[in-house]
Design a binder for this molecule. Structure first.
Ligand SMILES: Cc1cc2nc3c(=O)[nH]c(=O)nc-3n(C[C@H](O)[C@H](O)[C@H](O)COP(=O)(O)OP(=O)(O)OC[C@H]3O[C@@H](n4cnc5c(N)ncnc54)[C@H](O)[C@@H]3O)c2cc1C
Length: 439
């Protein structure tokens, strides 16, 4: 049985392990932390072990086919609940719903789009014409990685309100970057696959269980050839004569035929300095998750995007009493004291849900992920490495590698599939794991 060592138990590493584990490989996953899932994980609230929270609400769209395939390998795909309605709320509480109707793609939003109250007619006409431009230019225009999404929207004469309330609202959360820093190629990807290619591509999947329960030890029992080693940080890899010969994990030498590094980019130089990657262009973009527990229900909506304020998304985690708020590209909150972040969030919630003004806040928790994702800025695509390295038996995965997607769970899983495919090629029995995009 050929063997592989996977360094890092985030989604990229786990996806590669699951694919190889189902294809006749003995796989050992070494993860530094006590739990799996990396940036997409859950843990008990510090100081209150009775409450398990996600480090931040993670959502996917139905077009994330490789992520769903990975969940399928672990038998947990049915733990993702898909929602067909997007609720946009204006300060004051007026709510619009975007959802697909009966027409075929790309016309499927026609009815609900024209009914949105938070946009005017000129905004909507502009958005509709920009959507046709996305269809026309997708896969054809060559400068999309060199310009920002904002450049592209200005070129298409989008109104300020359409940019702020529509494009910004969808894309900043999807790509975790501001429009004036985000490569237009990423914006295209989201709108093409999520909104135009198929009528159901936009449906939002929300895990019905804590993230960690999607890839806990029980779930891996169906893949007995994958052995998990939590709390086993890889200190370094050992190379000799142009090949990787082993790793030092938790103080012990371990070896295999093939190696996949699924580390975040900032750990590469420390663990595998031999690769000498040029990561100069890589910077982080932060995400802040705000968990609020009220003494009563303040909303019945399952989720909503909140317009014109700092908080971008609300997820109703339990009966309208426990809410999870998300701020992507949250640079303005990084330096803000946690108590001020909570006060800001409660104040803003009151503008959308009047009951929040009367409710008593029982508990709150703020998670600032400063290194949430890399900043998907123009010009970076060519710097994202492919899975092959200068070592014949070492391959790279991670949401920052060249997966063809922005730094999100689907991108991480795709990179894991690509690295696993490269391992099977090197082993002389090429296998395909990556599913094609729905477009
Ligand atoms: C707050 C937040 C919200 C997000 N929201 C969404 C969302 O809604 N939808 C979405 O699709 N994506 C979202 N993302 C992005 C998504 O979480 C990431 O793209 C994805 O999880 C990255 O997976 P990865 O395996 O590439 O990296 P990671 O998850 O970072 O995995 C790397 C792993 O390597 C481990 N490691 C590090 N050093 C070592 C070592 N020396 N030895 C062994 N192991 C080591 C780490 O502990 C980690 O487990 C969000 C991210 C954050 C932070």
């Amino acid at each position: 049985m050929p063997s592989a060592i996977v360094i890092g138990g985030g989604l990229a590493g786990l996806a590669s392990a699951a694919a190889l584990g189902q294809s006749g490989f003995q796989v050992d996953v070494f993860e530094a932390r006590a739990f799996l899932g990396g940036r997409a994980t859950s843990y008990p609230v510090p100081g209150d072990s009775s409450e398990v929270i996600d480090n931040c609400q993670h959502v996917l769209l139905r077009c994330c086919v490789n992520l769903m395939d990975f969940y399928g390998r672990l038998g947990v795909a049915d733990r993702i609940q898909f929602h067909r309605q997007f609720f946009f709320i204006e300060p004051g509480g007026r709510t619009s719903v975007l959802q697909a109707g009966g027409l075929p793609a790309p016309m499927h939003f026609t009815g609900s789009f024209w009914d949105l109250t938070f946009l005017g007619l000129a905004d909507k006409v502009g958005i509709a014409s920009a959507m046709w431009a996305v269809r026309r230019e997708h896969g054809r225009r060559e400068d999309l990685d060199r310009i920002t999404m904002l450049d592209w929207l200005r070129e298409k004469h989008q109104t300020d309100r359409a940019i702020r309330r529509f494009w910004n609202q969808v894309l900043v959360s999807a790509v975790n970057e501001d429009l004036d820093r985000m490569a237009a190629s990423h914006g295209f990807q989201v709108f093409w696959l999520g909104f135009l290619a198929r009528t159901d591509g936009y449906e939002m999947g929300i895990p019905a269980v804590p993230l960690g329960d999607l890839y806990g030890p029980e779930e891996w029992k169906r893949l007995p050839s994958v052995r998990l080693h939590p709390r086993a940080p890889v200190e370094r890899v050992i190379s000799e004569q142009g090949a990787i010969r082993g790793v030092i994990a938790a103080g012990e030498r371990q070896s295999a035929d093939y190696y996949i590094s699924a580390l975040p980019f900032e750990r590469m130089a420390g663990v595998i300095p031999e690769l000498d990657l040029n990561l100069e262009g890589f910077e982080h973009s932060p995400i802040t998750g705000i968990h609020l527990w009220f003494d009563r229900s303040i909303t019945e909506l399952p989720h909503a995007t909140l317009l014109d304020r700092t908080v971008q998304w609300m997820f109703n985690k339990s009966g309208g009493r426990y809410l999870q708020l998300v701020v992507s590209a949250s640079r303005s909150l990084v330096e803000m004291p946690r108590a001020d972040v909570i006060a800001l969030a409660v104040r803003e919630l009151g503008e959308f849900f009047p009951l929040a003004k009367e409710a008593k806040l029982e508990k709150a928790h703020v998670v600032k992920e400063i290194r949430a994702t890399f900043s998907a800025r123009p010009g970076l695509e060519h710097a994202r490495p492919l899975s092959a390295t200068k070592f014949d038996n070492l391959f790279l995965a991670g949401d920052w590698t060249r997966s063809g997607w922005p730094p999100i769970m689907e991108g991480a899983v795709r990179s894991g599939c690509l690295a696993a495919e490269a391992v099977t090629r090197a082993a002389g029995g090429e296998r395909k794991f990556l599913l094609p995009d729905i477009g």
